[in-house]
Design a protein around this ligand. Structure first.
Ligand SMILES: [Mg+2]
Length: 179
């Protein structure tokens, strides 16, 4: 059983299906296993922080106002399920002009760490893309790749990536942490 200071969660493909550039609330839904899994981890004393790349904003495909609506919904759902969420950090950068905020950059993690006194070296990131795993590794965090979202493609594209664990989904990530 592992106890992390904070569990960072990627958004699309990790806690919700990723149809690509979700631009309105009606396109957003959580996986059915998301809250049961997060509740088990909460019971074990864990807290969470969402870190998400949303280049659709700088591509002109997602309006900030809609993104805020989606994230208000996410925060409310976490609250309704009594899941401690420190915050939602968003990088709107286009990949071609990315700042260090965009994963695999460390910007959002450092910001969250300063805001909430997070011990990054004793934290974990769960995500479905190379950007999530690379960011975590660069910061000395543990990393779990889920095969939902782009995860199964990530495994094929980056066979040498070697996260701490590769699991089917967030439910199995919780199993891995709690075992
Ligand atoms: Mg993702």
């Amino acid at each position: 059983m592992k106890k992390y200071n904070t569990i960072f969660l990627d958004r699309d493909g990790t806690i919700n299906p990723d149809p690509g550039y979700i631009s309105s609330l009606d396109q957003f839904e959580f996986y059915d296993f998301t809250f049961p899994s997060l509740k088990r981890l909460t019971k074990d004393g864990h807290r969470f922080c969402i870190v998400t790349n949303q280049s659709g904003v700088s591509r002109g495909l997602i309006k900030l106002k809609e993104l805020d609506r989606i994230h208000d919904y996410v925060k409310n759902q976490f609250m309704d399920n009594s899941i401690p969420l420190l915050g939602i950090y968003v990088a709107n950068d286009h990949p071609n002009s990315a700042t260090s905020r965009r994963k695999p950059g460390d910007g959002m993690f450092i910001e969250a760490s300063n805001d909430h006194f997070i011990d990054l070296k004793n934290s974990l990131i769960i995500g479905d893309s190379i950007n999530d795993i690379q960011a975590g590794k660069d910061l000395g965090m543990d990393t779990i790749l889920v095969l939902t979202g782009h995860g199964s493609q990530t495994v094929l594209d980056f066979p040498d990536l070697k996260p701490n664990a590769i699991v089917s989904n967030l439910k199995e990530a919780a199993d891995w942490i709690l075992k």
